[in-house]
Design a binder for this molecule. Structure first.
Ligand code: COI
Length: 359
């Protein structure tokens, strides 16, 4: 499918202070859009100036939240080019989320072409300072103009980009996490594995309560027994117990994170023992009491690696690694950021350079 390009006539001022970008607060000059209609398929692919979407108030996205999204990043390389990381994995996961939410798939190679063409056009927006990137948010929403509660006949896929710094204002400073005892995020057979907006909306109340109490995020427990740790809404979680990397096994209720997979792959390559299994809160607290829980950290595209300095459950806190960045968290942060910036050999075919298209 051909992608038409309409360049903006009013380019925005780019941020001059890269130390204060925050996470996805300003957006580049252009966005990508393609539309789907039942019986026609995807059509009218275009890059246009960034701006509002015009949707009917009866559009099903507003009523039934049939929506999915992805998060990926591109990075400024030392030679001035722009590098991507595991774009195909995000495109593949987008289609798995589309399947779960009854939305149409979009060819993976086409998703990559859309993203790379958009990034190429807005390449001057990619920041270069340490810890910065251009965050990319591919999104698919349902559209239409009737309120029947069933899958829509019309969809819009769009991509927007935002120069960003670290996800948490604290950067790599270890975060405080509350293990959520009341609300649950996902259940077996539910949508927890899909990257759909509703999973995030479902987390806001618990997250607000936790933040009001001084925590940064909540760690979700399984929805059935509320005993086993699953994920932190914006990150997967890893624990270092007895020198092994232990993380919750994937299933219906956990987002299969691309950064999670990268860390586990890098860990195994380095000869570390990796366990993907159920982990109870009791096990974590016992391991901590015996001095065996030496580190905890989150992994995610937005967050990269986020060390955890404290876990709290039912009012009882444990302090991890003296609230300091642990050696494993640092090792994976360094390994990942070197791959992102392409300063080390990529043995997995994860990285690519954004092509310079001719127009
Ligand atoms: C990402 O890491 O890209 C995400 O989509 C998480 C989001 C909460 C920022």
């Amino acid at each position: 499918m051909e992608i038409t390009i309409t360049r903006t006539q009013n380019p925005k001022a780019k941020p001059t202070d890269e130390s204060n970008l925050g996470f996805a607060r300003i957006f580049t000059d252009h966005m990508f859009i393609v539309e789907y209609d039942k019986g026609i398929g995807w059509h009218d692919a275009r890059i246009v100036p960034y701006g509002p979407l015009c949707l009917d108030p009866a559009s099903p996205i507003f009523h039934y939240a049939q929506e999915i999204f992805e998060g990926t990043k591109v990075y400024r390389l030392a030679n001035g080019e722009v590098g991507s990381f595991r774009l195909h994995d995000n495109a593949r996961r987008m289609n798995r989320s589309a399947d779960r939410t009854c939305m149409p798939e979009l060819d993976e190679d086409f998703q990559i072409e859309a993203i790379t063409r958009l990034v190429d056009l807005d390449r001057d927006w990619v920041p270069s300072s340490k810890g910065t990137s251009l965050y990319i948010r591919p999104t698919m929403i349902s559209d239409g103009n009737s309120l029947g509660a069933h899958s829509a006949d019309r969809f819009i896929y769009f991509v927007i980009c935002a120069p960003s710094g670290s996800y948490y204002p604290e950067g790599m400073k270890p975060v405080r996490i509350r293990i959520e005892q009341r609300y649950v995020r996902a259940v077996k057979g539910g949508m927890g594995r899909a990257k759909t907006g509703g999973n995030y909306a479902a987390s806001f109340k618990a997250t607000k309560e936790a933040m009001d109490a001084g925590f940064n995020q909540v760690l979700w427990l399984d929805g059935r027994e509320q005993k086993y740790v699953e994920e932190v809404g914006a990150m997967n979680m890893m624990f270092v117990i007895d020198g092994k990397i232990v993380t919750a096994e994937l299933g219906d209720t956990i987002l299969p994170g691309v950064t999670r997979d990268s860390v586990l792959t890098l860990a195994k390559e380095r000869g570390m023992v990796v366990e993907e299994r159920r982990i109870s809160v009791d096990e974590l607290y016992e391991a901590h009491a015996k001095g065996h829980l030496t580190e905890a950290f989150g992994t995610g595209t937005a967050a990269v690696i986020s060390p955890v300095g404290e876990l709290e459950y039912m009012g009882k806190s444990i302090i991890i690694n003296n609230r300091e960045i642990g050696p494993m968290a640092q090792l994976f942060y360094d390994a990942l950021t070197a791959l992102h910036r392409q300063t080390v050999e990529d043995r997995h075919g994860w990285t690519a350079v954004i092509p310079r298209y001719e127009y």
